[in-house]
Design a protein around this ligand. Structure first.
Ligand SMILES: Cc1ncc(COP(=O)(O)O)c(C=O)c1O
Length: 463
């Protein structure tokens, strides 16, 4: 779906500099160097900037465009729905596309997760799960169960409730006091397990890390804890998959102490790990799933909190309601796009494709371990993190100044200049994160590896 539209880069840069407030970014980049990168077009796994340069989209935008860019049928589905019914709320009313999408999501969800509460994005889905957990326990006559547990460095969104669950101190300090009741336990970074005081096998580490949740529940008092929020594979910090047995032990702990298990699948759902919902990949059934991003592959915004029959039951009768909602949640256009997007997944077998290709993607990236700067390659599905270190033997990481110089000063721009859009992240130890569209295959794995090899080799000389 090529477009010949041309853009006046100078005029756009000026307008951006004068009026656009970028998220999670230093506004100063607008006035430095070439200004902000302006992306104007996407096709498959490629994107183009305003000067016409082409890049591999190594991050699916922001873990979003799983079906790839430029899908005309998604644009057409949006247009069809907008012509038919552009907007109607799901506040005491309903419309066909929201109903059909709720039905479809429930059919994909594991166990008895049959009820779908829509939102417009991931943070709202998390916020919804937090509020729902609190009200659920109040309705059970256990009003003191309101605290939430999550893991160190995990990102769960930016609203003040979701921020209480987010485990990144730097994202909270400017907004304290955030919603009270958020408690942190260790994550499943096996590469850094020794620094958390653990030595042993990965399986033992999983048990150890899960038991930290039990410890926190007991420390705070089970009658005060409402829910545990965990990503199947934690993104922040650079792709921490669950060690074998981790989620089985977590489920057991949650059942023992009547604590709800929320699987935050804002990134991991819709094929990223090769399943509709990643909890299926790791064999656990949560009480709630939060999802968003790739539900529509980004062609329209949507989010959802999918809830078990047990959690829904007290809301299902009499005068009880959940006093919560969003104007644009279950938006007809977003829901129609989501349904079409899920059709594409089914027709092209994208989940199976990820499962089949993931080992080769991993093996291709693992070739980079011959570079002295590469400490660890980890992840699952089409979701990998490459941890960079100063000394691969001792696993010594970079200090703040080196990290700033390496990641912000060199790597992000160098990778982009070399034609790969991905993320160089230092929320935790420095990592390069990859989450490309699920349509790519062996040829693109090699291409990504070659670009990374060139840039990381040069990065080493800059240290
Ligand atoms: C695990 C997780 N939860 C929640 C969110 C917040 O989603 P959103 O940016 O759509 O509000 C994100 C965003 O990346 C996420 O990765």
């Amino acid at each position: 779906m090529a477009t010949s539209k041309t853009y006046d880069n100078t005029a756009l840069q000026e307008k951006a500099r004068d009026h656009l407030w970028m998220h999670f970014a230093r506004q100063s980049v607008m006035t430095e160097g070439d200004g902000v990168p302006i992306i104007v077009r996407g096709e498959g796994h490629h994107i183009w900037d305003s000067s016409g340069k082409k890049y591999i989209d190594g991050l699916s935008g922001l873990f979003v465009v799983n079906a790839g860019h430029g899908r005309e049928r998604l644009a057409e589905a949006a247009a069809r729905q907008a012509k038919e019914l552009a907007f109607f709320p799901i506040w005491s009313y309903a419309h066909p596309s929201a109903i059909e999408l709720a039905d479809r999501l429930a059919s994909y969800a594991p166990g008895d997760l049959n009820r779908v509460f829509f939102s417009t994005g991931g943070g709202e889905a998390v916020e919804t799960a937090f509020k729902l957990a609190k009200q659920y326990w109040k309705l059970q006559g256990r009003p003191t169960k309101h605290k939430v547990i999550s893991r160190a460095i995990a990102y769960h969104g930016t609203t003040q409730g979701a921020l209480a669950i987010t485990g990144l101190p730097g994202m909270k300090e400017m907004f304290e006091p955030v919603t009270p009741g958020g408690f942190r336990v260790p994550n499943t970074n096996y590469y850094r397990a020794a620094e958390m005081g653990f030595t042993g096998t990965e399986e033992q580490f999983g048990l150890w890390a899960a038991n930290r949740i039990e410890e926190m529940i007991l420390f705070e008092g089970p009658e005060t804890v409402a829910a545990v929020f965990l990503e199947p594979v934690q993104n922040s910090g650079g792709c921490f998959p669950p060690p074998p047995g981790y989620f089985q032990r977590v489920r057991e702990i949650c059942d023992t102490y009547d604590v709800l298990l929320v699987s935050d699948e804002v990134i991991c759902a819709f094929g990223r790990i090769g399943e509709w919902f990643a909890c299926d990949a790791y064999g656990y059934v949560p009480d709630m799933i939060t999802c968003a991003k790739a539900m529509t592959s980004g062609y329209a915004p949507a989010g959802a909190t999918i809830v078990s029959d047990r959690i829904y039951e007290p809301f299902s009768h009499g005068s009880v309601s959940f006093p919560h909602g969003y104007t644009f949640a279950g938006h007809p256009v977003s829901a129609a796009v989501a349904l079409e997007n899920l059709d594409i997944f089914e027709e092209e077998g994208l989940n199976a494709r990820v499962r089949e290709n993931s080992p080769l993607f991993r093996a291709t990236l693992e070739k980079l371990q011959d570079l002295p700067i590469v400490g660890d390659v980890r992840g699952d599905g089409y979701f990998f993190g490459i941890e960079l270190v100063k000394d691969a033997a001792t696993r010594e990481t970079f200090n703040e100044e080196e990290s700033e110089r390496l990641l912000r000063g060199f790597l992000s721009k160098a990778l982009y200049d070399a034609g790969l859009y991905c993320r160089a992240d230092d929320r935790g130890d420095p990592v390069i994160q990859l989450a490309p569209p699920l349509t790519i295959g062996p040829a693109e794995f090699d291409e990504i590896e070659q670009i990374l090899r060139g840039v990381l080799t040069e990065a080493w000389t800059k240290l």
